[in-house]
Design a protein around this ligand. Sequence first.
Ligand code: SF4
Length: 554
Amino acid sequence: MPEAIDALFVPFYSNIDRWHNDSGRDFEYPSLSRTRATLEALSDDLFMKDEVDLVMDGKLYDFSRFLSWVRHDTTAEYERYEPFTLTLLAGTYYLSLLPRYGFSVRIANAVNRERLEDLGRRYDPRFILLSTTLLFDAAERESVPLAIRQLRRQWPDAVIVLGGLMLVSYEKNLPRPYFLDQLRNYGADAYVVSPRGETPLLEILRRGSFEALLADPSIPCTYLLSGGDVIEPPRTPEKPLEMRDSYVRWSQLPQTDHLYHTVHMRTARSCAFQCAFCEYPVNQGPLTLMPVETVDRELSELQSLGKVRSLIFTDDTFNVPLGRFKELLKVLAKYEFEWYSFYRPQYADQDTAKWMKEAHCKAVFAGLESADDQVLKNMNKVAKVDQYKRGIEQLKKQGIHVHANFIVGFPGETEESAEKIVHFLDEMEIPFCTVCTWVYIPSTPIGERAREFGIEGMGIEWKHNTMDSRQAQNLARRIVAEQKYSVHNAVRGEAWSEFLLYANGFSVDDVSLAVSTFNRFLGRDVDENEIRSSAEYAALRATLDRHPMPRPGE
Ligand code: SF4
């Protein structure tokens, strides 16, 4: 008999039929159609992002399936290499929070249609809580409705609740009728549209049924969908939980079989900065910090489980405020956890970098965004290129690996300013980078200066006084091709895919080999034998053999 529970939390649902699968189970949705679309898109500059998938003999492989194929001769082991199957923050957070309010909850960390049957045998939930934060709906419009249809087929009587940051962004940026249409199209029963969402979610569970929700649709930030009509929430804001009360009680989790040896953790909400292209602090509100003693307690509980050895901090940005970061480093140095984080290198001095090393920092993601001081100023990055250089030098001296992110095409960008990225990467010898193009979201701070910069359009298609999105795409490609040192990593998960490999014992050269082998075959339909007979394939297979990676939950 499946276990009757109040809620099953799904932090990440993957539409596996986007790619080729050797699992032997029928495709519900032919992956070949996407393969064809991808091959056609390869000739169109606007679809550069689709080149993150490799096409082999007409079949589509993402990075994790490619590594699985190289190591195991089948894609069926892809979860070992998938950066979203490690222990995600949202699931563990709710697994810790909801039982304290009397609800039984279980987590299914990375769900896809092949796992549903097994989960159906294990759980009989009244509510299914699905997060959109990692669903990337903008890139794959069908992913949310498909996930909801598949979940509903498995649990037809459960109430499906959708939440997460993607909905918050859509509510702010889409014309109202279009946003409401989106909710209809998704097909969930309830939508919690809030960057936090804990108190609405608790109230939804307290009500216990969809009928009870409909009888009094007064929960803040909660839309209901009934008979094709969207019932909008009252305008009252939700009452957020205190940060100090919302840390994860690792030693009291009702379930630990979802724990991978690497877990996500956070010590703060929102961000201390207001970069002009970013909607994160706009949506999240003011920065709230977990007391350092609470972080210490959380780490101590985590250590007592004996299952976890690496941490990925999701705080943006982990090293600001600087004084608190130094306190955190003292705490982290007491433990053996290796860790990774988002990081602002302009604040790295000799001492801080040394303490980071002593506190077991392995690698960081640095959102540098530009190598031009004027563009950095337009972006409100509060940083100068020379400061970046000094900080990165300090990190390199300590052997801390850097993944640098750049955005091409922000208002004020010119060909000349963008080309500086090439020289920056060559000079700094940064092992990994991602060069992407600016995406215009009107609710970000730059939206208030749209007239000044002549911004038109939205999303990935825009133009302004000094560039348009097509020029930016071409420039981004050229920068990637011209720079000589860095491995361009635009695979799904980007820096997280590197962190996952490091956490499994890969050296920076091993990770570099994995990503550059994948990159080498992008952009055309490759014959399997061409890959198998390449020197890179043999080297990568030997590397993967040396570092067997567990399946999540093993
Ligand atoms: S880009 Fe990062 S540092 Fe800048 S505002 Fe957004 S979250 Fe904060």
